[in-house]
Design a protein around this ligand. Structure first.
Ligand code: ATP
Ligand code: MG
Length: 627
């Protein structure tokens, strides 16, 4: 079957299409209606159906493939490795779930999880959904203030955390940050459950804090049945990473999410029971939720969970894991791949990678240069896919399971099943029909299964933030710019808040960055629009070089020339700064908002998500007003 036909069916006969996909999931009570759109844009998928996410991810496989690895944990931080079979995973999840019950957690309660990349983080997530509790994982790299905001918003009965994480071999205490966050938050959890790894002795608050090792021993062997929940019962809340503004609590359902993940595994990632998947994200991000935890386990695969840096002890570590565990599918981020590219192909190629079928990347644009380098280095399909915390699974991608296809280099692919992706002209509000026209990427209602249900406890914010009515139809905005070529491939040009308007000419930051990246000396760049009295805005580029020693005025001229030749003189950056590093979020996204503020000599605002503050401090030095 052609993919276009399948996509067409998913839109015009969603009941038949999603009804078929739903067969991949075990339903305790069969659903009576595939889609109920009576409250659109609040959609209900698989109404009447009852299921449990943990049952689908763990129990059913523990029954049929008990001795197969389910979770393979490898830590280069504490030099440990542990493998859990499906039977062992079920035991661990039940011990955690029994502990939750002992601490009073019941259906609908929130459990906030603030954990490093250890197996217990996954046990904690699965134990929550097992009881019908709603988890909210907060990335372990966040500090007290960001954590406090999320504790207050999610109001958890229980917080699960650890004594410490570890980064670059250095223990990072979590418990003091958590204690501080609870102090700052108006909401107080009844209990805090601590997984003590023996890295930094945690200070325990009597009556509130509980040691997990003791609990695990006390609860071991107890059977905790799955709580069957309605398809629309929330499974989790996940806060967006916060590249812009105040984080939103993205609320996900249970049934739609399970079906969407199973369908994505079948059509996009091509993983099946018995395969091994290695997703190099963190459980604190959406990619981690969907492709470290739920999708591989729902499919009966083994998931590799890695704690550590991509280049420690050296740039070969991920590829060593691929070789050792015979990984079939890998999923990473462009930023990590650019780091590896800087280190050279040899670290990758010295490993036996014949088990690997494809490398998927998402999270930010994959520039053509890096894409081509990866393709050449690995010799397997490099598949970009575009999505958001809100969507839970790809909006754009390549469904190689349906029809083999290679989208144009630099393109994130075509709309995935269930998605009616539209490009809308931001001035006229018209749906752009032709090829090569730039518009805002929007999704026509109804949103497919798996997509966010609403903003946690704030339906009004969901409607106000994301939705727009144009010509009698409802559209969800992704807040990204896109363009579609004649073959139907979409290119993401950057966020709508990342547009540069130079003397009336509008450019996506990505267009200029992609152009800069074609210069052989360039490692990475970030372009921002900076207010200018004459032109409205000027483009300012921050560039890291493969070899920092090469920085010179002559090179600056060459880089500017490349942009001028490719995009025209108006796009030529007015300033090019060679810098040692770009300020990024812990999830690897460039903080353009902060760069722009610094270049305009404004306060960069909330920097709680920044990975390495020294990158921004160095750049601030460049813009200090002369005294
Ligand atoms: P916030 O919404 O709080 O500002 P965020 O948008 O950075 O945070 P995410 O949901 O993690 O948080 O990121 C989704 C965004 O990442 C997309 O809207 C898009 O801008 C970008 N993105 C994701 N995948 C791709 C891709 N394959 N190509 C281009 N851009 C991508
Ligand atoms: Mg976003």
């Amino acid at each position: 079957m052609r993919y276009a036909e399948l996509h067409e069916q998913s839109i015009h006969d969603p009941k038949a299409f999603w009804g078929e996909q739903a067969k991949a999931i075990d339903w305790h009570t069969p659903f009576t209606q595939v889609h109920d759109g009576s409250r659109s844009p609040f959609e209900t998928w698989f109404a009447g159906g009852e299921l449990n996410l943990c049952h689908n991810a763990v129990d059913r496989h523990a029954a049929t493939r008990p001795d197969q690895p389910a979770l393979i944990w490898h830590s280069t931080e504490v030099n440990q490795e542990r493998t859990y079979t499906y039977a062992q995973l079920l035991d661990e999840v039940q011990a955690m779930a029994a502990t939750y019950q002992a601490l009073g957690v019941t259906k609908g309660d929130r459990v906030l999880i603030y954990m490093p990349m250890v197996p217990e983080a996954l046990f904690a997530m699965l134990a929550a959904v097992r009881l019908g509790a709603i988890h909210s994982v907060v990335f372990g790299g966040f500090a007290s203030v960001s954590l406090a905001t999320r504790i207050e918003d999610a109001s958890p009965k229980l917080i699960v955390s650890a004594d410490a994480g570890s980064r670059g071999g250095k223990a990072m205490a979590y418990k003091p940050l958590l204690d501080k966050a609870i102090e700052l938050s108006a909401h107080k959890p009844a209990h805090v459950l601590i997984v003590n790894r023996g890295l930094v002795a945690p200070e325990m608050t009597a009556g509130r804090d509980v040691d997990y090792a003791e609990q695990r021993q006390a609860q071991w062997g107890k059977s905790v049945p799955c709580e069957w929940v309605a398809s629309e019962h929330p499974s989790y809340i996940l806060y967006t990473s916060g590249t812009t503004g105040k984080p939103k609590g993205v609320q996900r359902d249970t049934g739609g999410y399970a079906v969407a993940l199973a369908a994505s595994m079948k059509h996009i990632y091509l993983g099946a029971a018995g395969d091994t998947m290695f997703t190099t994200s963190d459980v604190g991000w959406v990619v981690g939720h969907s492709y470290i935890v739920y999708a591989p386990l729902i499919a009966g695969m083994a998931t590799v969970v890695y704690e550590g840096l991509p280049i420690r002890p050296d740039a070969g570590i991920w590829w060593q894991l691929v070789e050792q565990h015979r990984v079939n599918i890998m999923f990473s981020a462009p930023t990590a791949m650019r780091i590896l590219k800087k280190e050279g192909a040899e670290a990758i190629q010295q490993h036996k990678l014949d088990s690997l079928r494809a490398l998927f990347v998402a999270g930010e644009p994959l520039d053509e240069t890096t894409s081509a380098w990866l393709q050449q280095t690995l010799g397997i399909p490099i598949v970009d896919n575009y999505w958001q915390t809100e969507s839970g699974w790809p909006i754009l991608g390549t469904a190689n399971g349906v029809e083999r296809r290679t989208p144009a280099l630099g393109s994130a692919g075509v709309p995935m099943v269930g998605y009616q992706v539209r490009l809308i002209d931001d001035q006229s509000g018209e749906v752009l029909q032709g090829a090569d026209q730039k518009g805002v990427v929007m999704i026509e209602a109804p949103l497919p299964p798996g997509f966010m249900q609403t903003v946690w406890r704030d339906d009004a914010r969901f409607l106000k933030t994301y939705w727009q009515e144009l010509g009698g139809k409802h559209y969800y905005s992704t807040f990204d710019w896109g363009i579609r070529n004649a073959a139907g491939d979409h290119f993401i040009l950057g966020r709508t808040d990342d547009v540069i308007n130079v003397a009336g000419h509008r450019f996506g930051t990505r267009e200029i960055e992609a152009s800069i990246a074609t210069h052989a000396a360039v490692a990475e760049s970030a372009v921002v629009g900076v207010a200018d009295q004459l032109k409205g805005q000027i483009a300012v580029a921050f560039v890291t070089l493969k070899d920092a020693g090469q920085a010179s005025d002559a090179l600056r001229g060459e880089v500017a020339k490349v942009v001028e030749q490719q995009l025209g003189a108006v796009a030529r950056p007015s300033q090019i700064h060679f810098v040692g590093g770009l300020p990024k979020t812990r999830s690897g996204k460039v903080l353009r908002r902060a760069l722009q503020a610094v270049a305009e000599q404004r306060d960069p605002g909330d920097l709680s998500t920044i990975e390495d503050p020294s990158t921004l401090t160095a750049i601030q030095g460049l813009f200090k007003p002369a005294s």
